[in-house]
Design a protein around this ligand. Structure first.
Ligand code: GCO
Length: 272
């Protein structure tokens, strides 16, 4: 008997339960830049959803601290420090993860740096530093993760972290904006190249969130007023409000979503 037509295949399939859709048990997730801030929130959220999370940071001490915090909460946690801005450091780290038998099913490409300076004063060195971490680092890490996902043949999830600046400009953050605009673009290339291997690649675009990277902005009364006036929710987002999107794009619930950027911004981009 030949293979039944796709429609019949779909109707024959048993629909997943709510738990099956969002359960990350049995999956291993690497979250870059996860010793603090949004990255730590993503790591904690995916661990709550059942994943074995791998915490990453550039400093071994910071990684160890975050690992012990999450382990103390009963989660399955490993740690791997590497410098997201260095291809050699990334390749070495993946070899170490291989040696530990850690097979990454989910990658959250969160690590990123910000550098604020007007373009007329901006040197190429500072520009390049941001691009090296935010864009090139995300590409190299996704490349290393996808190589292994493809070889294992059981698919995977890539979740890149974009930004409102992927879709709109703000003065003084040119290299960050360039890197985050490219993140949404390369997410589409990852989706197209890796979908045949059942790897879904998407991005999350956080709005202005109460994180330590934004502390200087939060403390600036004028900037704080601008953020509150610029989104219909009238407030900054909280790190925990990004976790649902991260679990969703890491889970079976998003198996037919590919190449998308999901903005979690209180409606900022919806507003004229
Ligand atoms: C800035 C901020 C932003 C936010 C976020 C907004 O200086 O404008 O750092 O870049 O962090 O990316 O989506």
């Amino acid at each position: 008997m030949g293979c039944p037509p796709p429609l019949l295949l779909v109707s024959m399939a048993n629909p997943m339960s709510f738990k099956q859709l969002f359960d990350l048990s049995g999956r291993t997730a690497l979250i870059t830049g996860s010793t603090r801030g949004l990255g730590f929130s993503y790591a904690e959220g995916l661990a709550e959803a059942g994943a074995h999370v791998i915490v990453n940071g550039t400093r071994a001490e910071g990684v160890a601290e975050a690992v012990s915090k999450l382990t103390a909460k009963g989660h399955k946690v490993s740690g791997q420090h590497f410098d997201v801005g260095s291809e050699a450091s990334i390749v070495e780290a993946f070899a170490a993860l291989d040696a530990q038998g850690l097979e990454i099913d989910i990658l959250i490409n969160n690590a990123g740096i910000q550098f604020r300076k007007p373009m007329v004063d901006l040197g190429v060195e500072d520009w390049q530093k941001v691009l090296d971490v935010n864009l090139t680092g995300s590409f190299v890490i996704a490349r290393e993760a996808a190589k292994r996902m493809i070889a294992r043949g059981r698919g995977g999830k890539i979740v890149n972290i974009a930004s409102l600046t992927s879709a709109a400009g703000r003065a003084t953050v040119a290299p960050y904006t360039a890197s985050k605009g490219a993140i949404t673009a390369i997410t589409r290339t990852m989706a197209v190249e890796w979908a045949p291997h059942n790897i879904q690649s998407n991005a999350i675009g956080p709005g202005y969130i109460l994180t330590d990277m934004n502390q200087a902005l939060i403390d600036n009364k004028e900037f704080d007023a601008w953020v509150r006036a610029s989104n219909p929710s009238g407030r900054w987002g909280k790190p925990e409000e990004l976790v649902g999107a991260a679990i969703f794009l890491s889970s079976s619930a998003s198996d037919y979503i590919n190449g998308q950027t999901l903005y979690v911004d209180g409606g900022w981009l919806a507003q004229l």
